[in-house]
Design a protein around this ligand. Structure first.
Ligand code: ZN
Length: 139
């Protein structure tokens, strides 16, 4: 009559669907477990043109394709060079990839507005489940 009440917490945590997806195409871009604090997880920044971005920092982003040569110009993170980060699925501009000498050597700053936690990218937010009605089925 032994019951093993387990230390399964870590397993549960790993099993959680914590994917973060491209809002435009539903490609999984990163996971919330890879969130990173670069003096804060979320940053509000602006580019030389005065456009404001709300970006989130992640240590990994497998759904990102990098484009262009790294630049140190107008970098929001001191000591880091940036290159453009695009969605692998649809090519949308998702943010920037940062490379530097300090820890961490690489991270991603992704624009909050391009991300969603639901794979379907449901507009207006139907909670859970993909809104995949293909018109057929007349009751
Ligand atoms: Zn995409």
């Amino acid at each position: 009559m032994l019951q093993t009440v387990g230390e399964t917490e870590t397993d549960i945590e790993n099993a959680t669907d914590d994917g973060i997806y491209c809002k435009a195409c539903g490609e999984m871009v990163t996971r919330s477990r890879w969130r990173l604090s670069m003096d804060g997880h979320e940053h509000v920044v602006f580019n030389p043109a005065g456009v404001v971005f709300r970006i989130l920092c992640f240590r990994e982003a497998p759904g990102i394709a990098e484009r262009g040569l790294p630049s140190a110009e107008f970098s929001w993170f001191k000591g880091y060079q940036w290159s453009i980060a695009l969605c692998r699925g649809c090519g949308a501009h998702m943010g920037w990839r940062y490379m530097g000498e300090s820890e961490p050597p690489i991270f991603f700053g992704l624009i909050k507005g391009t991300l969603t936690s639901s794979p379907g990218g449901a507009p207006g937010g139907a909670p859970g489940g993909k809104p995949k009605s293909d018109g057929r089925g007349g009751s």
